[in-house]
Design a protein around this ligand. Structure first.
Ligand SMILES: NC(=O)c1ccc[n+]([C@@H]2O[C@H](COP(=O)([O-])OP(=O)(O)OC[C@H]3O[C@@H](n4cnc5c(N)ncnc54)[C@H](OP(=O)(O)O)[C@@H]3O)[C@@H](O)[C@H]2O)c1
Length: 447
């Protein structure tokens, strides 16, 4: 072992860990030249020693005992690639307490326990680097933490979940159903075996919490802002979006609005002229607007073995050369540096897309326009599909005819209004016998 080598341990050799180990073993010279010292993988921890990791490691490296890293004082740096909250949290605490700097990709852990873990690292004089925790291979954490620090960030608008974006792309471009697209995402390894957090907006919201911390200097707990996912969208909504020259994307947004912070994750209509509309498949994209820099864009592979390993390894090199320490202590991710009030969801402004299921009979459109008008919502356009002509049945009574009133989709695009006004109109729709329950509402992101 060369005297000046830095010895590292990996906890978790799944998708990302195996990618990191491969580069450490196969590109050792490059890593040494970038880090200024040889970087030697000393231990890698898994649960199942028999499973093929797709990478050949020198004998004696693989172990199922995390203490082999924690209790080894020669290991200076730990790469933490265990998902979930526990035992991931305890493992990170033990690694920090044993005097190691940590690199992690676990956004769920930092979102939930960030203050505790960052605080502990500071107390112990250690660092936690987390480039891979947001948007995989896109260097957005370093960008926000270093390159944009002269700015007051005005907005962050992002596609942060590759699984949702893949599903939406397949539905939109190939006409697949949601279920078929999700199945394919799982086959291709984009989606987790349990994809709930991918498709219900939770994963994107966890990443938004971290970006908000960096961009606006405040930690906003996950449960304090609205989030919804793509799991209730229908193919019809993507088709209708197309009629308005838009595509549907799962957007995570944090922006300053009237001195307050507006935060949400939700399916959103994006005009086809926006760069976000051209982000397909498992790619991610982030638009950051700062008061000095103006509009900036970042895109690339948001997940996957190699892109995520690229981010982990960059953090590893930064930790070895001391760059993480500089950023970590100046950035102060363990405390709020600004405390802006959160904007109430009702006050969020946008144009809105509404797809209602309505009875196809006279006066229904007037009732709906009235409900919108009473709430000062102005309609930009309306699309109503024609119902199929009823077949001749001969001698149908009035009461039966009412039960058979056909139901058709009615799609409305509003002018700019607020969520609060839309909700008030929706409450009125619920009282109208002519509007069936279960409609779709999405804002339009005009960017
Ligand atoms: N996959 C991606 O594209 C991606 C992208 C960005 C961020 N991330 C994040 O990176 C982290 C790792 O993701 P992944 O996809 O690599 O996960 P993964 O494939 O499930 O791998 C997790 C690894 O952790 C090991 N492990 C689990 N519990 C352990 C324990 N108690 N002690 C020791 N080892 C344990 C597992 O061992 P066994 O293999 O023996 O079960 C496995 O090797 C997660 O936080 C994830 O959110 C992943």
């Amino acid at each position: 072992m060369p005297e000046s080598a830095v010895q590292v341990g990996i906890v978790g050799m799944g998708t990302v860990g195996a990618g990191v180990a491969r580069v450490l073993v196969e590109s050792a010279d490059r890593m040494a030249s970038r880090a200024g010292r040889p970087v030697v993988l000393k231990r890698a921890v898994v649960r199942d020693l028999e499973r093929d990791r797709g990478v050949t490691l020198p004998a004696g490296i693989l172990t199922d005992d995390v203490a082999a890293i924690i209790n080894d004082p020669e290991i200076e740096l730990a790469i933490h690639l265990v998902g979930g909250l526990e035992p991931a949290r305890q493992i990170m605490v033990d690694l920090l307490k044993s005097g190691k700097d940590v690199v992690t990709a676990n956004k769920a852990l930092l979102c939930e326990h960030g203050p505790e873990l960052f605080g502990l690292a500071r107390e112990l004089g250690r660092t936690i680097a987390f480039e891979a925790a947001v948007a995989g291979g896109i260097p957005i954490i370093a960008t926000m933490a270093t390159c944009l620090t002269a700015n007051q960030i005005l907005s962050i608008t992002a596609i942060l979940n590759g699984t949702s974006n893949f599903i939406l792309s397949q539905m939109d471009r190939e006409g697949w159903s949601y279920a078929d697209a999700l199945k394919k995402a799982q086959e291709l390894g984009f989606a987790e075996a349990d994809p709930t957090f991918d498709v219900d907006g939770t994963d994107a919201a966890q990443k938004l919490v971290l970006l908000t911390q960096l961009g606006f200097g405040m930690r906003v707990p996950l449960e304090t802002f609205p989030r919804s996912g793509i799991n209730r969208l229908e193919l019809a909504d993507l088709r209708c979006a197309d009629m308005f020259d838009c595509v549907v994307k799962l957007l995570a947004t944090a922006k300053l609005a009237g001195g307050k912070l507006e935060l949400h994750v939700q399916p959103t209509l994006v005009p086809k002229t926006s760069p976000l509309a051209s982000i397909h498949g498992s790619f991610n994209a982030i638009r950051v607007v700062g008061d000095v820099v103006g509009e900036t864009w970042y895109s690339g592979q948001g997940a996957g073995q190699s892109p995520t390993a690229s981010a982990v390894l960059a953090d590893l090199i930064d930790s070895v050369i001391g760059r993480t320490r500089l950023t970590f202590y100046r950035l102060a991710p363990w405390q709020d540096t600004a405390r802006l009030p959160l904007q109430s969801e009702d006050d969020a402004e946008a144009r809105f897309y509404l797809r209602l299921h309505v009875e196809d009979r006279p006066n229904v459109l007037a009732e709906i326009c009235d409900a919108l008008g009473r709430n000062s919502i102005s309609i930009a356009s309306v699309i109503q599909e024609e119902a199929a002509e009823p077949e001749e049945t001969g001698g149908t009574s009035d009461s039966t005819r009412s039960e058979e009133t056909p139901v058709v989709p009615l799609v409305i695009m509003t002018h700019k209004t607020t969520v609060g006004r839309i909700r008030a109109a929706e409450a009125r729709f619920a009282e109208l016998g002519s509007v069936r329950p279960g409609h779709c509402r999405m804002p339009v992101a005009d960017l």
